[in-house]
Design a protein around this ligand. Structure first.
Ligand code: ATP
Length: 312
């Protein structure tokens, strides 16, 4: 059983052009405890996937990752689960063989020990031996995602990294998969980093959420606390934009467009609050200075003029 968590300090992902390299993520400090499920939430383009890929040591081509010495790479200790498992299964292999190949190639498991290990991996994700004999095209989305988790577990990871792994599933299946990830993490004392747009959907599954905006963390804490008592104006919008929570049949509130032109964004990102250009509560100070972290160890946020802290 593994006991160490993961800590990454000063994580940065940037483009590798010599002229005008762009900082896409960071600087970001992340700490993930053993058995903990950490969720990265935020709008599209907020940097969740790049952060996850940086943690797993698999950045997209053309991007570089840096962090404090000794904190990276984590690649040998991360198992990845992606949004569309069908895109990376070998369509001509039964699932049993896909899992077996990871054990053989990555873990160098001796041939005679592979079958029982595959069976136990299938069992740990709630699939039978018979279901392991199916081809990917014969599987439902939920079964495919369970299989993808089994493949990720086959590398014996210290951290399971799931990138929108449940967003293509119906709510009940999504809940079952998140519950499964939580169970596995607790049993194996393994951490998980889960990327999602759906903050309310994470309550009851994620231990902690980090809300990201333009590559930076702006609020973090227990999922239910961040949902109920969001303090950063951006988180507040994210919560109120969620259908079914505060609005039934009406129009969802929209996050205002950015008041800054694209070329202003980089300097804004470096100087003041990254959300200042869209924030109805922004004042001169927000444009000039990056807000420091406020709050306690269980819930903190970076905002000079926070929201009330209790959603209606
Ligand atoms: N290979 C790349 N080269 C340059 N910029 C990139 C690259 N990949 C992502 N980006 C930019 O980095 C930012 C963060 O992207 P990222 O994919 O991490 O966002 P995200 O929060 O995961 O969004 P989504 O929820 O839509 O997947 C975006 O502005 C995106 O355009």
């Amino acid at each position: 059983m593994k006991t160490a968590g993961i800590q990454v300090r000063n994580l940065r992902v940037e483009t590798l052009q010599e002229k005008n390299p762009r900082l896409l993520v960071g600087p970001l400090d992340l700490r993930i405890l053993p058995g903990e499920i950490l969720a990265l939430v935020g709008e599209s383009g907020s940097g969740k996937t790049l952060t996850l890929r940086a943690l797993a040591g698999v950045p997209p081509r053309g991007l570089g990752i840096t962090a404090s010495p000794g904190d990276l790479p984590l690649s040998s200790r991360c198992g990845m689960v992606f949004q569309d498992p069908f895109s990376y299964f070998n369509p001509r292999w039964r699932m049993f063989r896909s899992i077996a190949e990871v054990l053989r190639v990555v873990r160098k498991v001796p041939r005679e020990k592979i079958a029982p290990l595959v069976e136990s991996l299938l069992e740990s994700v709630g699939l039978s031996r018979e279901e392991g004999e199916l081809f990917p095209f014969e599987m439902s989305g939920g079964m495919a995602q369970r299989s993808a988790i089994a493949i990720a577990l086959a590398v014996d990871p210290q951290v399971l990294c799931a990138d929108e792994a449940t967003s293509a599933l119906d709510p009940a299946t999504r809940d079952r998969i998140l519950h499964l990830i939580a169970e596995i993490c607790r049993q194996r004392c393994m951490a998980a980093v889960v990327v999602s747009h759906d903050l309310p959907g994470l309550v009851g599954h994620a231990d902690r959420v980090v809300v990201m905006y333009r590559g930076l963390a702006v609020e973090e804490g227990a999922a239910e606390v961040v949902l109920r008592e969001s303090r950063h104006r951006y988180t507040d919008f994210l919560v109120r934009c969620h259908p079914g929570i505060h609005t039934r049949g009406g129009k969802l509130p929209e996050i205002p467009p950015d008041a800054f032109k694209a070329e202003d964004e980089v300097s804004q990102h470096q100087r003041g609050c990254p959300f200042a250009g869209r924030c109805p509560g922004a004042a001169e100070l927000c444009l000039q200075e990056m807000p420091p972290w406020q709050g306690g160890s269980t819930h903190r946020f970076r905002c000079f003029y926070p929201a009330r802290g209790t959603t209606p």
